[in-house]
Design a protein. Sequence first.
Lengths: 63, 274
Amino acid sequence: MSSTIGGEDINHDLAIHEKNEKEKNLRTYARKLMMQGNKKKRKALLNQASEISRRKSKRAAHH
Amino acid sequence: MKTHKKNSLLIKTYHQVLTSEWSFETFEQCLLLADSFLNQYALGFSEFIKKNKNLDSIVLFSSSSLINFLKDQSTLLRDNHLPSVPDRLPKRRSAEKSRYSLLTLEVMYNLGFPIFSSKADGSCLEENICFFRDIQSLILILASEYILPILKKQRLKEEYDFLNLIMFTHSLVAWHDNPAHQNQLFSIIFDNLGFQEAVIDCLYVAFRLTDPDDHDYLTKAQAYWAALIDAEMFDKAKAFTFKLLRNSPEKHFEELKEMIELIFELDRGVGVSP
């Protein structure tokens, strides 16, 4: 997966081990909040987890 | 060499924004990132404001290209009760309201790019548009979290409506080739607009379009599952969780076990959610 910023092949996605750790922490925290309410906060945590973990746009993907 | 250094810095900032503990400052940092990225082509919001310093935001919000774009796109889904496109933007007299109005314009500029730009098709970004699109996605999520509630609280109705409309049209147009993420973004917008049934539908579609081996599979599953619980659809949430357990890779079993235990506790009334 890559982008070509400035004509160079540079990956802007996170490394897999970083994704694994961060998304799991956010999911766990969101589940913990389900026992305490705070719906807004846990929705935001899952949105962030999803954004971290999803595949980033590829070269072929244009507007 | 300088370009390489600049690009590495932009990616580093993107990673910081993506993974830090989100706050209003993260939202502002993300807008700065978009500005730095586009200013490589002299197309950032700060350049746009410099070029239009004699115009106030009322004129900028009322540009015919923006209004026509929003009207064209929003008619596609008129049944979803999206806000109508405001005819004009009232003059904001207080400094605080003017600040939020301008911040809204900056979000709209970036999500609508290149509507406001003289280079109308954005082709100047070439392949780099994929990196910018991921920055736009972050802007949409952060704006939904940090600026929309302020606009609502400050009763900046026109800005609030404009922002929801540009978020919707951006998701519709920019993410048509990634329907899983498109539905994820729709779920955020419909949540802002209070359409809970649509939120559940979009989260389900986003989940179904995600491969079990993809990183975001369990996150999307949990988002749908939590939305069912919020709607007090406990039986459906339980059935979903058991089905998920049967179809998921083993690496997810530990978290799925937690989800099963949690839903039974919540259904028994332990805890305060929903």
